[in-house]
Write a protein that binds this ligand. Structure first.
Ligand code: ATP
Ligand code: MG
Length: 579
């Protein structure tokens, strides 16, 4: 199926994948950046804000912030430059040095974006946290991340921070976005400090390898790891914005991810700004009608979201194309989990635009494998590696990595190390970091295969693979089949230990509205899966559930389903979404 359901939109930025891949050179990509004008160096915030503020884009809206009540406020690139300069000056006055860690723990409010970019200007390291975390996950991350500054709100401070402060001796400053006065010598009003700070700031020497961002992983497979990224990553934010997100001049773009998850920073702040377009930020959480209205009212051209959101929309009876005017929408993209073929087909038919799945991780800092607007979409495939990125399938041997070139053969998804946005360490876990690398290759922890035409297909996380009757079963394949059953809205599959066959495939199913969860339907779903997949691979047990446990970033927590099924401890649940 061709991805192109085009109607008069400008041609894709990347119009010939094969040609660009063969001619691509990193130095050409770096040449698209400005570099710091006063000295040799590279600073993400300069590329994202200041260079546009000094150009014809100065009065363009950089960020349109939509409040919970649906009113909005626009920040131009020129305004953003001044506000982020003020924040950098506040840090300077507080004695913050290059490399110090500045955390934000707020909802999606302007101060979050201003502090992110202002911190980068100061060459300090920014770390955003999900605002829904309770005190303990916040404490864990602040202490593991050696936080010196925390930007938060009065409400969060009262409810979650005050109590953990005595355990955080290294945390020197707490800046409250909405306090009118300073609370004490340590807890200050950010607004007051900003008011007195100059809107002019000289970015200090920043080298491409200087640390810039600290991101904790989603915790899908265990305790979240702190991945550290450097300023050089900005080239990845730049080119993936062009080649994958297909940014054109004047585009309005909306990434629904919260900056507490890497997608919400790399693609909810940096990539659109580095590319000089207008970035929509919505303060509110998922709400189908609201989301469709935002796409309509703000004339969104490019929309980056996640499989969990697409699956939720699929379960509803809303007809977006007829109920809303979405004529400006050109492209939808998805990341974070596998996007089932059924979801791709539904979304492409429903929105009448290409729907492009792509794959990356906190550790990779930017999109690594993707579908492209100009390339045929094979529903269920993650697509092909970005120009400049080498991805492969390999087996880990004592002697090192053995590449698997045979089409269709599963193995570890690996990346040739050294791309600019590669993480530089797991904070305080150097040994764990080293273990991810084998020779020239970074081992992602995911299993996949490549087809004869070079498309990559996700099989599952290495930890989630089910070994049943001598077969290795990836949950994604089984879940995708379950999703094709007309009664199934969402599905997750685990392996349940069983003495004769090793593990038994068990499916947890959320039904579509109006379906009756009885034994007849269970048998029908099992029969359906058997017919499609064969008895060895199809689930032997089905349980109906009203929802699936997910991370804050919307990923299904299979390890939690398994622990609950087996009555084992649940492990780290700091990123569990409480619905
Ligand atoms: P943790 O590492 O703490 O267990 P996590 O791996 O979920 O959490 P992230 O870095 O947010 O943390 O997620 C990256 C992972 O998400 C990938 O390794 C992969 O398993 C999954 N993923 C992301 N995008 C896709 C996609 N398009 N298709 C399939 N899986 C995806
Ligand atoms: Mg991971």
């Amino acid at each position: 199926m061709s991805a192109q359901v085009e109607s008069g939109f400008a041609a894709p930025v990347l119009n010939d994948y094969a040609a660009l891949r063969s001619s691509f050179q990193w130095k050409d990509a770096f040449a698209l950046l400005s570099g710091l004008p006063e000295h040799k160096g590279l600073n993400i915030a300069y590329e994202a804000v200041d260079r546009h503020a000094a150009s014809a884009l100065a009065q363009r809206t950089a960020i349109r912030w939509i409040r919970k009540d649906r009113t909005s406020r626009d920040f131009t690139y020129a305004e953003l430059r001044e506000l982020t300069n003020q924040f950098a000056n506040v840090l300077e006055q507080l004695g913050i040095q290059k490399g110090d860690r500045v955390f934000a723990f707020t909802g999606r409010i302007p101060e979050l974006y201003i502090s992110a970019l202002g911190t980068l200007k100061k060459a300090a390291v920014f770390c955003p946290l999900f605002s829904v975390f309770g005190p303990e996950p916040v404490f864990q991350r602040l202490s593991r991340g050696d936080a010196r500054v925390l930007v938060t709100t009065l409400d969060q401070y009262d409810k979650k921070i005050k109590g953990i402060l005595p355990r955080l001796p290294e945390l020197e400053w707490v800046l409250l976005t909405d306090a009118e006065t300073h609370l004490n010598g340590k807890v200050k009003s950010l607004a007051l400090l900003m008011k007195d700070a100059s809107p002019e700031f000289r970015i200090p020497v920043t080298l491409p390898e200087d640390p810039a961002l600290l991101h904790f992983t989603s915790g899908t497979t265990g305790m979240p790891k702190g991945a550290l990224h450097v300023h050089n990553a900005v080239v990845m934010h730049l080119i993936t914005g062009k080649y994958v997100l297909d940014f054109h001049d004047d585009d309005v773009y909306w990434c629904t991810a919260d900056p507490g998850w890497v997608t919400g920073t790399s693609y909810g702040i940096l990539s659109p700004l580095v590319n000089g377009i207008t970035n929509i930020v919505d303060e509110e959480e998922f709400d189908a009608a609201r989301w469709y209205s935002i796409l309509e009212d703000h004339k969104v051209n490019v929309w980056y979201t996640a499989p969990t959101a697409i699956r939720r929309l699929m379960r509803m009876s809303i007809k977006p194309r007829s109920q809303y005017n979405l004529e400006n929408l050109r492209l939808i993209l998805s990341v974070g989990e596998p996007l089932h073929p059924e979801a791709v087909r539904w979304a492409q038919q429903t929105f009448e635009v290409p729907v492009l799945d792509n794959w990356w991780q906190t550790e990779t800092g930017g999109i690594m494998i993707s579908n492209y607007r100009s390339m045929e979409v094979r529903p269920g495939s993650m697509g092909k590696p970005l120009p400049g990125i080498e991805a492969a399938i390999g087996e880990i041997k004592d002697s090192g990595i053995e590449l698997i070139n045979e089409p269709g053969k599963q193995g570890n998804l690996i990346l040739k190390k050294g791309w600019p946005s590669m993480f530089r360490t797991y904070l305080h876990e150097e040994a764990r970091y080293d273990k991810c690398f084998h020779g020239d290759w970074y081992v992602t922890g995911d299993l996949a295969y490549r087809d004869a035409d070079g498309y990559f297909w996700f099989v599952g996380r290495a930890d989630d693979i089910i070994k049943t009757s001598g077969h290795m079963v990836g949950p994604f394949e089984v879940e995708s089949t379950l999703m094709e059953h007309p009664a199934v809205g969402e599905a997750a599959v685990i392996g349940k230990p069983e003495p004769t066959i090793g593990e038994l495939v068990k499916g947890f199913v959320v039904l579509k509205p109006g379906q009756i969860p009885d034994d007849a339907l269970k048998l029908d779903i099992i029969g359906f899966a058997r017919k499609k997949m064969g008895a060895a691979v199809a689930p032997k047990e089905i349980a109906f559930v009203t929802s699936l446990p997910k991370t804050r970033s919307g990923k299904i927590l299979r390890r939690l389903l398994k622990a609950r099924e087996l009555g084992l401890p649940e492990g780290d649940t700091s990123t569990l979404e409480q619905s």
